[in-house]
Write a protein that binds this ligand. Structure first.
Ligand SMILES: *Cc1c(COP(=O)(O)O)cnc(C)c1O
Length: 398
């Protein structure tokens, strides 16, 4: 029997659940793009975006997805033949490295595997060895959405400083911004990128690049920057269209206004602690389930786990079976294992991911966990009993 009819729940790590307020804000006739309400509204988005990134620096908007933000950010600080150091902790570090290669940059890659955060000491070592200062930037994921590891941005800043190296620090916060605590200025990130469809709760299609004055100075030294990716006119537009390098993404902007209103009303501290508590509820359930049977969280140390996404290993083909069950039978869509293929499981069917980013609350997470537990039982996958009860304890104590 299917019990899926009702409101579906997309519990993947982006696109995330869209609030009704965001959907309502987008459901309107096309606005005038030359003057009036839309033009006024966009001016107010910039300080609120900077609040989300916790920066006094510059904020720019791009009509693109996260891959576009990767390319936009690099295009402003490095040109063909320059070197970037990429500290990869899963699929997304390799993705940014690939974009860099496409731009003609030399990539020096340190791969920290799929189960660990990056080690700042190895970043420091690589920078110290670069006596000629050929490395223009260090690229890192704050959260890698495939492995669900969270990296320490401030520790990488400290490593760069300890090496006495001028490289910029660039952080991919696409999964984490608006979910995991991130303090751009305090932690010393020179550039941070995010997308609209995760912590910001807006459909995919918009991205944001934040940069400080150090990064702006590097941009000023560039011989040439792609017109479309150039962040200068977007950060300081003379004309409205320059915010977007062309026509404004009108409806996305209305959605973003609604989401930023929600974020302002809740406040960043409260948002970070909501995500932290809901993450702990999920981990409590997974700990109990994993006490018997094959289930385990990909990142063993809770201090290294993201509060926005949790990657779990169930063993092939259980991961795929569970996703199919929760989707078809209960209306909950779980994330696939990404970049987690193994020789004995080339399609990565042994993994699944839970997205818990953005517009999620206690009843959604408890419902989701109840469905996963029902699926484990229905499919005969061995697991410890009482996972949902353990999650309810965490939520009850919060
Ligand atoms: C989602 C994500 C991306 C890619 O974003 P797209 O919008 O799919 O291009 C990059 N990095 C991280 C950490 C992500 O979570």
């Amino acid at each position: 029997m299917s019990l899926a009819h009702g409101r579906p729940y997309l519990a993947i790590p982006g696109p995330s659940v869209m609030p009704d307020a965001v959907l309502r804000a987008m459901h309107r006739a096309s606005p005038n793009i030359y003057e009036g309400e839309l033009v006024e509204m966009v001016r107010g988005l910039v300080p609120d975006l900077k609040y989300v990134a916790q920066t006094e620096g510059h904020a720019t908007i791009y009509t693109t997805n996260g891959h576009g933000a990767w390319e936009a950010s690099l295009s402003n600080v490095a040109s063909e033949g320059d070197t970037v150091l990429v500290a990869a902790t899963g699929r997304f570090g390799h993705g940014w490295a690939d974009v860099a290669t496409g731009l003609g940059l030399e990539v020096q890659l340190i791969d920290f595997g799929r189960k660990s955060p990056l080690d700042p000491a190895r970043v420091e070592e690589a920078l110290t060895a670069d006596k000629a200062h050929r490395i223009k930037a260090v690229l890192m994921s704050h959260v890698d959405t495939a492995t669900s590891v969270r990296n320490d941005v401030a520790a990488v800043r400290a490593a760069i400083d300890a090496a006495g190296h001028p490289a910029l620090l660039m952080a991919d916060c696409i999964a984490s911004m608006g979910c995991d605590r991130f303090l751009m200025d305090e932690w010393g990130a020179d550039v941070a990128v995010t997308g609209s469809q995760k912590g910001l709760m807006v459909p995919p299609g918009m991205s944001f690049v934040f940069f400080n004055d150090r990064a702006a100075a590097r941009r000023a030294e560039m011989k040439r920057v792609s017109r479309y990716w150039d962040w200068v006119p977007r950060a300081e537009p003379e004309f409205f269209y320059q915010y977007f390098g062309g026509t404004a993404p009108t409806h996305h902007l209305y959605g973003l206004r609604a989401s930023l209103d929600m974020i302002r009303a809740e406040g960043m501290e409260a948002i970070w602690s909501r995500h932290a508590t809901l993450a702990r509820a999920i981990w409590a359930a997974a700990d109990v389930w994993g006490a018997e049977g094959p289930l385990e969280m990909n990142i063993a140390d809770p201090a290294q786990r993201s509060h926005a996404v949790t990657a779990l290993r169930l063993g092939a083909p259980y991961g795929a079976q569970l996703r199919e069950w929760t989707d078809k039978r209960a209306g909950v869509t779980l994330g696939i294992g990404l970049g987690m293929s193994e020789p004995e499981d080339p399609m990565g069917t042994g993994f699944f991911r839970i997205g818990h980013m953005g517009h999620v609350n206690a009843h959604m997470v408890l419902g989701l966990l109840g469905v996963v537990e029902a699926g484990l039982k229905s499919l005969g996958i061995p697991h410890g009993r009482g996972g949902v009860a353990a999650a309810a304890e965490v939520i009850g104590a919060a």
